[in-house]
Write a protein that binds this ligand. Structure first.
Ligand code: ZN
Length: 273
C-alpha cells in the first residue's frame, strides 16, 4: 500500500537550487507537511524574513541544520565553535525551528575518544542557552567514512551512550538511514534510543550502488541497498511519531529540473519508504 504524505518532511538541501521561498511554495503545493532548513537557505533571505516566510506557510518547521564541529586541538577554536553554535541556536529560534541537528565534528590530530570527550563537553555547555531559546539539540551519528573530520560519533550505540550520559531532555538523536544502515546492532539501538525518549529525528534517502561521491551522491528511497521500510518499522516500534525527513545531497539530482525531482521524491516516499 502506498503511503500518504502526512509524515513527509523535505530538507531544503535536497532541492538546493531552489530559494527558501520557492521550496516552501513547491513543497506546500505537493502536499508535503514538514520542512527542514539548511542554514544557507535561511541566510540567503535573512533569518527574520526566513522566519516570516515559514510562519506564513502551511508547513511545519522540523529542524535547522547544522551545528556541531566541537573538537579542536586548540582551546581557542573550541571556544569559537561554541560561539558559532550559540548563534546557530539563535538562528533556529528565529526561523521557528524546534531542533538543531549537530554534525559533531572530529579532529584528526587527536584520538577519536578525545574528540568525543570534547563533543560531550561542548554539547553540555550549550544546554542552558538551548533551553532558554526552546531549541532542542540532536546528535546525528555519521557513517564511519566521516570519522576523520566530520564526526567522531559513528554509530547509534555511541550516540546513545553519550546522550544517556548527558541525560537532559534538551539533547537527543537524529537517526539517518544513510549513516547507520550497515550496523548489525541497529534495531536494538533504535529501540534503546526510543526507550530513553532520545529519538528526535529520522532522516531518509538511499545508498546508491556504486556510490560515486561519498558526500554528494545520495539516492532516492528504493534506488539503493538500504531497506528503508524495515528501518522505519524499527523507528516506529521505538515510539517515534515525528516526520520522516528526505535529505538527499546529490549533484545528479541538483542538476535535474527540481519540479521533476520533487515528483520523484513524493513517488519514492509513497512507494519505497
Ligand atoms: Zn541526516
Amino acid at each position: 500500500m502506498p503511503r500518504t504524505l502526512s509524515d513527509l518532511c523535505v530538507h531544503t538541501i535536497t532541492t538546493k537550487p531552489w530559494s527558501l521561498e520557492t521550496a516552501v511554495e513547491k513543497y506546500a503545493v505537493a502536499g508535503i507537511r514538514g520542512i527542514s532548513v539548511w542554514q544557507d537557505a535561511a541566510e540567503a533571505v535573512g533569518f527574520a524574513r526566513a522566519g516570516r516566510i515559514l510562519a506564513d506557510s502551511p508547513l511545519e518547521v522540523v529542524s535547522y541544520v547544522r551545528g556541531g564541529f566541537f573538537p579542536h586541538s586548540s582551546a581557542e577554536k573550541r571556544a569559537r565553535a561554541l560561539d558559532d553554535n550559540r548563534r546557530l541556536i539563535d538562528e533556529a529560534a528565529t526561523i521557528g525551528a524546534p531542533l538543531l541537528v549537530l554534525v559533531c565534528g572530529a579532529e584528526p590530530q587527536q584520538s577519536l575518544s578525545e574528540s568525543r570527550r570534547q563533543i560531550q563537553a561542548g554539547i553540555e555547555s550549550l544546554i542552558d542557552h538551548a533551553s532558554d531559546q526552546n531549541v532542542r539539540l540532536a546528535i546525528e551519528p555519521l557513517h564511519p567514512m566521516y570519522a576523520d573530520t566530520r564526526s567522531a560519533i559513528n554509530s547509534l550505540g555511541q550516540a546513545n551512550d553519550m546522550t544517556e550520559s548527558i541525560d537532559h531532555p534538551q539533547v537527543g538523536i537524529a537517526v539517518d538511514v544513510y549513516h547507520l544502515w550497515w550496523d548489525d546492532q541497529l534495531e536494538g539501538e533504535i529501540l534503546r534510543c526510543g526507550n530513553h525518549d532520545n529519538l528526535y529525528a529520522f532522516h531518509i534517502c538511499d545508498w546508491k550502488v556504486p556510490t560515486t561521491d561519498m558526500l554528494l551522491d545520495r539516492g532516492l528511497m528504493g534506488e539503493g541497498c538500504i531497506d528503508v521500510p524495515l528501518i522505519r518499522s524499527w523507528v516506529q516500534a521505538a515510539g517515534f511519531r515525528g516526520y520522516h525527513e528526505v535529505e538527499i545531497f546529490s549533484n545528479e539530482y541538483w542538476a535535474l529540473d527540481q519540479d521533476v525531482f520533487l515528483d520523484r521524491i513524493t513517488e519514492a516516499y509513497r512507494n519505497h519508504s
